[in-house]
Design a protein around this ligand. Structure first.
Ligand SMILES: *Cc1c(COP(=O)(O)O)cnc(C)c1O
Length: 220
């Protein structure tokens, strides 16, 4: 585990990309091992697990919520979550805003956009997102800080397809930044790339990759 982690971490460093170690389903001991190597960014996709791990592990960890998030669970992570990658619908943004206000902080959030060919369950349709931004989404929820976009490519061996999808997300990001977020300096993040496709994602402009099984081993 240590060797793989080190080599991916070095690769990210060389490419100016932030590595999120996706520790979902993995025990505290495994996270501690990576933490002891100096790593601080960890990603989880279930609220219950995230809350339990946050309470147990050191407080200087940056916790990333990367999975689909039910609105009624936002309150449990609002006090501490570092970034929500799965900002995929209006009702969720409204709830994160509300719970962020309650926790007296701003919460960093990524807009998850559908890019894959396969029928994706979650994520904004890009045109629908633009309609909301035309209707001043940017200023509607003052306790949110929009940091960029997140997307997942089709699960396939066809490298060209994956590359095309990542490229599309990058283009969406650029367009959003110039059209709606041009005065928001912190709108700077493209979260794309997982164990199977992170090198392609980085070639296509990813600034943040989310890698689980390659670091921690396959999930059971
Ligand atoms: C599980 C997960 C990952 C990491 O997947 P690996 O293939 O194990 O690297 C990345 N992003 C999201 C949203 C996930 O749910």
């Amino acid at each position: 585990m240590t060797d793989t982690y080190q080599s991916i971490a070095q690769y990210c460093k060389d490419h100016d990309t932030r590595l999120i170690a996706v520790s979902k389903t993995k025990p505290i001991s495994a996270i501690s091992q990576v933490y002891d190597l100096g790593h601080r960014d960890f990603g989880e996709n279930r609220v219950k697990e995230l809350v339990e791990k946050q309470a147990t592990l050191p407080s200087d960890i940056y916790w990333h919520m990367i999975g689909h998030l039910q609105t009624n669970k936002v309150k449990h992570i609002a006090p501490f979550v570092h970034m929500i990658h799965s900002g995929d619908r209006l009702s969720l943004l409204a709830e994160v805003n509300k719970q962020a206000q309650r926790a007296d902080r701003q919460i960093d959030l990524l807009l998850q956009i559908k890019i894959a060919q396969e029928e994706e369950k979650y994520g904004w349709d890009y045109a629908a997102l633009c309609s909301e931004l035309d209707a001043d989404l940017l200023h509607r929820y003052p306790y949110l800080r929009y940091r960029g976009v997140m997307g997942m490519a089709t699960f396939t061996d066809e490298e060209d397809m994956v590359r095309t999808e990542f490229r599309r997300l990058r283009e969406h990001f650029e367009e959003l930044r110039s059209t709606y977020f041009s005065d928001q300096e912190h709108f700077d993040t493209i979260s794309m790339g997982m164990s199977g496709d992170y090198k392609i994602a980085i070639e296509e402009g990813s600034t943040m990759i989310r890698v689980g099984s390659l670091i921690f081993g396959e999930r059971g």
